[in-house]
Design a protein around this ligand. Sequence first.
Ligand SMILES: [Zn+2]
Length: 338
Amino acid sequence: MRGTVIYAPGDVRLEDRADPRLIVPTDAIIRISAACVCGSDLWDYRGVNPVTRPVPMGHEYVGVVEEVGSDVATIKPGQFVIGSFFASDNTCPNCRAGYQSSCVHRELVGGAQAEALRVPLADGTLVATPDLPAPELIPSLLTLSDVMGTGWFAAVAAQVKPGQTVAVVGDGAVGLLGVLAASRFGAERIIVMSRHETRQKLATEYGATDIVTERGDEGAARIKELTGGIGADAVLECVGTAESMRQAVASTRPGGYVGYVGVPHGVRLNGEELFFTHVGLHGGPAPVRRFLPELIDLVLKGDINPGKVFDLTLPLDQVAEGYRAMSERRAIKALLQP
Ligand SMILES: [Zn+2]
């Protein structure tokens, strides 16, 4: 089969790789219907994370089950399935508490920008749709594998409630879907930080009411100004840099919460500063498995359309262009069709 491998920053290739096979009896093999490039893949692509050896890429996927191991009971060949970037058993105490991305048996799923994929712990990880979905629903279903679930978790972690003012730091796909989640949770005012016209437009479509173009301390000051000097009730941090985290904390009112889902790079918090803000922090790798049944239902009913974040669709053999376009911010998110 063909699969994507990163060799060095800026060097992503589609190449012939061994077909994935069942390794343990709880595995499934799926034929990928669609995959995509994640903002977090860009940390490797831009050389922020060191790339010391060739690594198969991709952790967002939807597809049709081809084969299951002898211990797989509920997932069947022929089903259309969606799974998270962390495989989970969905039965351990952490899974039952809704933190499947901290499953005691968690395993990172990698190599999804490919024609086929091995998914560990198939019964716990994968959720099947009732029928094969219409092709036009596939982009939205694909977002549930990571970005929509992550934006949703940001809003859950920030404890967004009806009538609140919410600020979203980051206008990537996760930030935009954080806007959608905050809107579904009944936020009255949603302030998004963005300097890009196409992203501002989609944010507005998803429910944003205010756009702030300033960043860092100036961005936080602008949010204070828009909220009568107090700060937002809930802030969704969807970037992961030191500046964005600092901005998120500084934009939150005393007693408010930051939901942080950007993978931290160089984030250092000052304990004393944090102490006197009265701001609550909750975040981490999103337990997207928790939200899959509910979000699949919303997509199939046509209540949400998170697939609009894909503004570039490419055949898998042009995966390198997908990375380039996202890295140069020419595309919000690239969908790959094997
Ligand atoms: Zn578990």
